[in-house]
Design a protein around this ligand. Structure first.
Ligand code: SAM
Length: 262
């Protein structure tokens, strides 16, 4: 297969609009929930270290940094990393961000917590990548350390069926129109979502661009298997509540808290 080298990396064009598009997410609630978990499971640890995989523009990592965590973020998008480092510096959060694909990321540091939030795991679309992701996450954890992540959940995705969506976001600088067109593959358990953005700036200049996000949806038993293989045991899963609630109606995305067992 010929690879089109001119295709931009996912998020490289949309990075400047990411925080505007996702401004209404309740990241504070997620971070509070995760911190409660960490304190419950690792009660006597003084300064907790946390690795945020797929840290994006740093929204979670910066909040963890402000709560006293020693935070490192890693992301394969250079544009997202630049924004995250800039935000962390200007907000004095102390979090640092590294530009690297996590699948090839190595470090001699062992972390108390590895987090990967907002469906980063779903960007691992092949079995090999999923295995490498969890194995690497486990290698970077201390014994009894926690892996906390969320990902697209097969039953929720299949029952609600991905649909074409039109969205509009606005701040003092830009108006962004986004059309998302999904194509599902029942063979690879992925949804390829074409994002078409039109951005209008204050001077009424218009720019348009496209990005395709291929997302894998997962089922509980396969996640359990992948995690087990990596030496991780699921201790809670479901939707946010405290503790996590096993869903009655399948949601689009689920959280998993796993602990390193070996
Ligand atoms: C939906 S964004 C989530 C960003 C951030 N965690 C948040 O909650 O806003 C997914 C992020 O994962 C990153 N990503 C995807 N695959 C990656 C990989 N293999 N290694 C590092 N980063 C990855 C993307 O570049 C992107 O910044």
């Amino acid at each position: 297969m010929k690879i089109n080298k001119s295709l931009p990396q996912t998020f490289s064009l949309t990075a400047p609009f990411y925080d505007l598009i996702y401004q209404h997410r309740n990241v504070g609630k997620e971070v509070r929930f995760i911190i409660k978990h960490i304190h419950q499971r690792l009660p006597h640890t003084q300064r907790l270290s946390l690795l945020d995989i797929g840290s994006g523009t740093g929204t979670h990592a910066i909040l963890f940094g402000k709560q006293g965590f020693d935070v490192t973020g890693v992301d394969r998008s250079a544009e997202m990393v630049t924004i995250a480092n800039h935000k962390s510096l200007s907000q004095k959060a102390g979090a640092r961000f590294i530009h690297k694909d996590f699948l090839t990321f190595t470090s001699s540091t062992k972390y108390h917590v590895v987090a990967s939030l907002f469906d980063v795991v779903s960007y691992m679309t092949t079995n090999n990548d999923v295995r490498s992701f969890f194995t690497n996450a486990s290698t970077l954890l201390q014994n009894n350390g926690l892996l906390i992540f969320d990902c697209w959940y097969g039953p929720g995705v299949l029952l609600s069926r991905p649909k074409v969506m039109h969205q509009r976001y606005r701040n003092e600088k830009f108006t962004v129109h986004r059309k998302k067109t999904p194509t599902i593959s029942y063979q690879t358990n992925t949804v390829s979502v074409l994002h078409q953005l039109t951005v209008l700036d204050k001077l009424r200049e218009r720019k348009s661009f496209k990005e395709t996000h291929v997302m894998r949806y997962f089922f509980y038993p396969e996640l359990e298997g992948y995690l087990q293989l990596a030496g991780l045991k699921i201790i809670e899963w479901g939707v946010i509540g405290f503790p996590l609630r096993v869903p009655k109606n399948p949601p689009w995305s689920i959280y998993i808290v796993a602990q390193k067992t070996r």
